[in-house]
Design a protein around this ligand. Sequence first.
Ligand code: BYC
Length: 330
Amino acid sequence: MQIKFVKYPRFIAMGEVQLEKRFQDYLDGENKIEPKDWMPDAYRKTLIRQISQHAHSEVVGMLPEANWISRAPSLRRKVALLAKVQDEAGHGLYLYSAAETLGIDRSELVDDLLSGKAKYSSIFNYPTVSWADMGAIGWLVDGAAIANQVMLCRTSYGPYARAMVRICKEESFHQRQGYEIMLSLANGTAEQKQMAQDALNRWWWPSLMMFGPTDDLSPNSAQSMKWKIKRKSNDELRQEFIDKTVPQAEFLGLTVPDKDLKWNEEKQGYDYGEIDWEEFYNVVKGNGPCNKQRLADRVKAHEAGAWVREAANAYAAKEAKRKADKGQAA
Ligand code: BYC
C-alpha cells in the first residue's frame, strides 16, 4: 500500500525529525513527491535551485545557436536548427512551470537570471564561430545533456521527472541533428573535415565540464543522491558520456583532443586527461568568453518582450472581471 505523504491532517502532530524520516522512507520506497506533499525546506530549495538553473540553461542555450539560423547552409539545415532552438524555448517553459509548483514565482527566477545572481550551464558561455559548431553542439552538448537528463526522468520530484521525459525525447532529435552535420562535414572536403575537427577540439573539454565538479568536490551531490533528485554522480555520468562518445568520434574519423585518452580494459571504460577546473570555475563565476554578451542579450530580449507580458496580464485581468461579472449576474 502506498502512503500518501501529506503533512495534514494525519502527520500534522509529527515533529520535524519524524517527518523527515518518513519523507526519506517514502523516497526509499521509490515514491514520487508531488507539489502538495510535505517536503523538507532544504529539499524544496535544492529543487528550485536545480530546476531553475536548468530552465535558465535552456533559455540561454538558444543564444549560441540562434546566431547561426540565418547562416545555415541549406533550407533543410535551417528548418532543423530553427526547430531545435524552438524546442529549447519550450524546455525552458516546462522547467519554469515545474519550478513554480514549488511555490516560487517565475518572475523572481527570471530576475535572478537577468541580474547575474542565478547560474546557468557553463557551456553556453563559449562562442560559436563556425557552422561546424552547430554540429558539435548537437552531438556533444546535447549528447552530454541526454546523459545527464535520462537519469532525471527518474528524479524523485514528480513534475520535474515528467517534464524530463518530454525533454529527453526532443533532445534525442537534437543530438542526431548535430551528429548528422558532423558526419556530412567529416565526409566532405579536407577543409570541411578540418572545420569539424576544429569544432571538436573547442567543444570537447567544455562538454565534459557540463557534468559539474568531480564527486569529491561537488557540495550538493551527496544530499541530492540521498533524496534521489540525482540518480548518478557527476563523475559516473561524465564517464558514461565519454565511453559513448569516443567511438562516435572514431566513426567520424576525428581525433578527440586528449592525449591521455586510453581504453582501460579492467574498468571497461576510457581513462581521460585532467579537466581544466580553473577554466570551469572562471566561467561559472561569470568570466567566460561570452558571459557578459549572453546576459546582455537576455536582458535585451526580456525588455523587448515587456509588451507581450503586459498584454497577457491585461487579457487575464479582463477575463477574470468578465467571469466575476457573469457570476454576479447569475
Ligand atoms: N555550469 O554540487 P554540484 C541543455 C554548479 S541545458 C554552471 O555538483 P549539482 C541544453 C552547481 O550549480 C544543460 N554551474 O551541483 C540546452 C553548484 O552551484 P550552486 C543544463 C555548474 O546541482 C540548450 C556548483 O557548481 N542541464 O541541456 O548537484 C541547448 C557545485 O556543483 C555546472 C542541467 O541543468 C555547470 N556545468 O550538480 C543544448 C541539468 N556544474 O548551485 C543543450 C540539471 C555545476 O550550489 N542539473 N555547477 O551555487 C543537474 O543535473 C545538476 O545541477 C548538475 C550539477 C549536474 C549540473
